[in-house]
Each structure stands twice: as structure tokens, then as C-alpha cells.
Write a protein that binds this ligand. Sequence first.
Ligand code: SF4
Length: 264
Amino acid sequence: MMVCMLTDLEKNAISEHYRTIAENLPNFCPRPAQREMIAAIANAFSRTLTREQGKEAPTREGESIVVIEGPTGVGKSLAYLLAGGVMAQTRQKRLIVSSATVALQEQLVGRDLPFVVQHSGLEISFALAKGRARYLCPYKLYQLTQQNAQQSLLGFETPLVLWDSKPKPEELEVLRNLAEQFAARTFNGDRDAWAEKIDDGLWAKITNDRHGCLKNTCPNRAECPFFLARDVLETVDVVVANHDLLLSDISMGGGVILPAPEHR
Ligand code: SF4
């Protein structure tokens, strides 16, 4: 059974925040297409699927899906972030926004979401979801450098057995810097947060994938940048992802990389 129920609270919240934007921006011109889009999205998110008695899984009939195409100038980002943001908060879900390009993800977290927060008064929190390969695996780094946060950083020696070929001095220098700054908490393990370019081959040695990861048996699980970033995704209103991550998550059953489907 499909239940459609956009509450008065939700309708009022969306109208209120939309009006606040118009008041805050003197040149803002409310656009009918944008309002129509906001209503369509809010209505789609308001339809919850309930499981019929005796049936294994709810059947999706398409009513909770809306497909929208609009030309440049409609203000699509504002429409889906406002309607989706309000609905995520009132329904206690995460809104997942997925795009194909890094440029659009950066635009969302760097411009569109801060814009909505600043001008609409809607206090939504957000985070960018990245693949595991963007994060340092401290377990592998410590294996290569034989260092950990508790040990002295002075006696740096690398076990050559873990290398395919003899490491170059500059590679060892990069690893030593990474280990030192990670131990000192001046580097959070996100490759994009490291100022210099890190060679892809070297980075491959100190990142991990789901097959190589020790998960809960890992001694460095508590400081693992990937899992710490993953935990943040459970606490924000909006998660900005990309299609690769979303499809990978779905292919693994959901809830592995991104918040679980029932919570998003
Ligand atoms: S939990 Fe996995 S990715 Fe994280 S440090 Fe341990 S092995 Fe590396």
C-alpha cells in the first residue's frame, strides 16, 4: 500500500524557507517551474512504502519516483536541496545526491549547499562521500614504515620485503612525512587534503580495498580515515555522492559505503 502524506509541517517549512530566500536576495525572482519542481520532489519523498501483511517485500509501483528535466535557469539545485533537505530532516533520513562528475559534487558542497544554508535558514548538515581509495590505510602505512602513532618516529626503517622493488629515497621520504603528520593529527588521511601530489603507485601501497581491509579485526580501525569518514555520513542530512559509489553500494546490498537504503 502506498501512503502519500505531505504533512502541514513539511509544507509550511518548505514555503517558509523558500520565502526566506526571496527576502534575503533582493534580485530573487520566484519561478513557477522551480516551485512546481519543489512540490513534485516533496510529494515523491512523502510517499512511504508500507509492507502489506503476508508479503515478503513491498512492491514499488513507481509513485515514489519523480523524473524531472529542466533547462538551465530553473534553479534545479535549489529546488531539490530545499525540498529534499526539509524532507530528510522531518523524516529523519539522509538525502543522497548523486552526480556523475566531480565538478558538480564540488559545486554542491562548495557553493549550492552553503547557499541554501546561508539564505534559506534551513540548517542542514552535509558531507561529501568518497571512495575508499581516496583514504589512507594506516595499517598498511605502518606496515611499510614500521611506525605507529605510539612509537618513536625517529627510527624509520622500511621492511623491503613489502616492496616489489627497492623503494626510492624520495618515496620513503613521502611515507615518512605522511606517517609523521598522520600520527601528529595534522593530516587526516584524505588524499585530497595532502598539499603535494602523491604518486599513484606509491598511494596504491598505502590505501586499501574491501578485500584487503581487516575491518573489525584491524588494530588501526579506531583511527581509520575511511571508517571515520563513513561514520560522519550517518550523522549528516545530505550526502553528496557519485554514481559509481551509489551503484557499488547497491551492488553490495546497500549500507556498505553509504547509509543503508532504509535510512536514506
Ligand atoms: S580498517 Fe581497513 S582500511 Fe582501515 S586501517 Fe584497517 S585495514 Fe586499513
